[in-house]
Design a protein around this ligand. Structure first.
Ligand SMILES: Nc1ncnc2c1ncn2[C@@H]1O[C@H](COP(=O)(O)OP(=O)(O)OP(=O)(O)O)[C@@H](O)[C@H]1O
Length: 316
């Protein structure tokens, strides 16, 4: 038993010798028992990261460990649902669950798998190929949870589910995490949905980890500020209406804080910063929501990352 569910050190993956890096220099540690959101723009490297953790891809450089060992040795204890939810199309729903039982002797939780399928009103005799995308997702999640995994890797699990199914299956996942201490790592583009369910965040962009840590810690490290910019006149930025986004670090009023995003509208300056010390008394401050934080980093790919440099460091 280890208190680390997943750790990466200088992890990198390049597809083909001449291909670009899908993932590069990723270092982070995910404690066991957490529900972790992996977010980032299209092509950021989220699926690549999950496939490396599942042992379906081999790193080009660096290392990833899951449940204290290499991904191949942990496979029996890890559930993985890939983005395209691969299943055998010619099998029926019931046959698919039987395969799950056969492949996981001594671990298979038939009751949970059956309950997930039944909640979707699925005919057990229906072939996988005739199911809708959302119904297939339900069967894939039933298979993954039936395995009683210690770590669940889910690549956009909610993408094709209707709102009720999303709510129900998210509830099932959260109950699993709370009852059995299952670690869940799931990629998603719907950040607003993650705030209540996830406690850890990995924000990936351009193949690099840009934010990594407990969501509460990450939110506490950032402050939304607004102030009247004394030296910044209506057209100081050169825009005709005096409204402009600024590049991080570009405004002297915000020094020495790390600026993730700033905007000047007339004489009004608003910004999301990582304070490097006390903030000026006349600044109005508030804590950002998770969605605000993620959107600010997504809009500003040049903002300085906030990640541990060594996996061990994140344990403190
Ligand atoms: N099998 C592959 N061969 C070549 N390049 C690949 C392969 N898989 C992924 N890539 C490239 O690696 C990069 C990261 O892709 P990945 O699928 O991990 O991104 P993602 O964050 O999951 O994106 P999305 O949100 O669109 O699902 C992309 O530039 C993609 O083109």
């Amino acid at each position: 038993m280890t208190d680390t569910a997943m750790a990466a050190t200088a992890l990198g993956k390049r597809f083909g010798r001449r291909g670009g890096w899908a993932l590069r220099d990723c270092t982070f540690r995910l404690p066991a028992g957490r529900v972790c959101a992996v977010v980032g723009p299209n092509g950021a490297g989220k699926s690549t990261l999950l496939a490396l953790a599942a042992g379906l891809l081999a790193p080009t450089e660096g290392r990833v460990t899951v449940l204290g060992g290499d991904p191949a040795s942990a496979r029996a204890r890890v559930g993985y649902v890939a983005q395209d939810k691969p299943l055998y199309p010619q099998l029926s729903v019931a046959e698919t669950l039987r395969v799950g039982a056969d492949l996981n002797p001594g671990r298979w939780d038939a009751e949970t798998a059956g309950r997930i399928v039944a909640a979707g009103d699925l005919d057990p005799g229906k072939k996988i190929r005739s199911l809708s995308g959302g119904q297939r997702t339900r069967v894939a999640l039933a298979l993954a949870l039936g395995k009683r995994p210690e770590l669940l890797l889910l690549d956009e699990p909610m993408a094709d589910l209707d709102p009720l199914a999303r709510h129900e299956l998210m509830g099932t996942l959260m109950a699993r995490a709370a009852q059995y201490g299952t670690t869940i790592v799931m990629s998603s583009h719907v950040v607003a949905e993650l705030e209540d369910s996830c406690d850890h965040l990995l924000l990936v962009g351009g193949g690099r980890v840009r934010l990594a840590g407990e969501i509460d810690d990450l939110l506490a490290a950032h402050t939304r500020v607004s102030t009247t910019a004394g030296s910044t006149g209506p057209t100081a930025d050169g825009s005709p209406d005096g409204s402009a986004d600024s590049t991080p670090g570009g405004l002297p009023e915000l020094a020495p804080h790390t600026v993730v995003e700033s905007r000047v509208t007339g004489r009004q300056l608003t910004a999301l910063v990582r304070p490097a010390g006390p903030l000026a008394d006349d600044w109005r401050t508030s804590t950002p929501s998770l969605e605000e934080l993620v959107l600010a980093y997504l809009r500003n790919p040049q903002a300085a990352p906030l990640t541990p440099t060594e996996p061990e460091e994140a344990a403190v």
